[in-house]
Design a protein around this ligand. Sequence first.
Ligand code: ADP
Length: 456
Amino acid sequence: MRLKTRILLFASIMIAAAVLLCCTLILKLVRTQMEQDAAEKATAAFDEVYSDVIRLGNSVDDPAYADTYMAYKVRKADKTGTYTLSYKGSYLINNVGFSPEPYLIPGEESTDPMQSFCRVFGTLYHVTGQTVYCFDRSYVLTKVTDLSGLDDYLKSLAWRCVGIGAAVTAAFLLLAYFILSASLRPIKTLQSGAQAIASGNYHTRIDVKRRDEIGLLSADFNAMADAVESSIAELKEQNARKQQFINDLSHEMKTPVTSLLLNSETLVTRTVTEEDRQRALVRIHEQAKWIERLSQKLMQLVLLQGEIELVPSPVRPLLDAVSETVQDSLARSQITLTVACGEQTVPMDFDLLRSALVNLIENAIKASEPGSTVELIAEDHAIVVRDHGRGIPKDEIARITEPFYMVDRSRSKRLGGSGLGLALVQRIVDAHRAVLSIESEAGRGSSFFIRFSDTV
Ligand code: ADP
């Protein structure tokens, strides 16, 4: 059952019950009041007749005429014909059609008239009576008042109450229906918004400007939709990056693997000269070394997924270690490395940061002409690797940290590059909660800045 129907049903049952209860209470009060009035009126009328009968006295001296005389007195005093007179259970007068004596209940005082209400053959009566004496005989004088008019009046009042109650309930229900419909409309909007999101429309938002609970719920819903949308966008981006990585990796692997296969096939299936055999072996060796380098960098990239522990350490030993590592490459390329460093300390993982700086210096060496200088500088909260080599075209700078991205593919490959070096540097810098920024001008050189945050 829908919420609106349920609320309306519950409300209508409650209202109908309340109206019914009120009507019953009112009818009960009215009935009590009317019965009280009727009883007072009846006893007053009875008192008058009773006094008249008493006042007429006893003017017969023969007890044999007592019954006739009493009946005469009652008939004289009663103008309504609603009195009965009995002696020892037999009636001298009774025009009411039933015996009222059994219904008489004595009053609180012995002088009070006996009275009660009774229902005879479905009709409501009030009976009141007293004992009257004549010649030591005790007669019972009773007045019977027909209250069927009161019954009819109460019945019609009850029907009017039912009618008014039904009208009030219907009016309330109509009003409640409109108020509920207006109040629940935003829930419908929320529902359709949730359905839209469930079916993939993550940009859906709820336009409910209210300050009540539904307004707050809508704001929460929109916040949830924001979170879902950005998570989905992030997931999509991650997926796309992963897919791109796999595509690039398989592309990169194709050349060395093909070369390995061709050269090994030549050695296995053909008779070749010693010179060709030597050349094939050298190629196999080169490609195998290249795959080894590639897999080493891939492993480092994969291992760098989680958090690393950063220890505030002085920069000087780090730069010394980096400089030591690149000595052979520098010598081979006839390039000089200058190191400038103060006594500063930065939060670091020594080995990873050394690996990143070595990568940057190897790249700087590859980009520089023999005889030139590469600088390794530790500034306040940054470490800079600067060269005066080829530089990087402006529109390529943003992409060189992407895995497998190479500016001059054939030149980079010839120099043993895989396009993973800067991706790895970027990952290491991120893990240090630092920022990698690149300044470069084609033909004039490049500077790679690793800027550390003040707080760790
Ligand atoms: P690779 O293994 O090819 O060096 P990297 O990710 O380290 O891969 O570098 C990506 C590309 O960025 C390289 O192909 C190179 O062309 C360019 N590059 C990197 N550092 C420099 C630099 N200091 N000067 C000029 N070009 C650079």
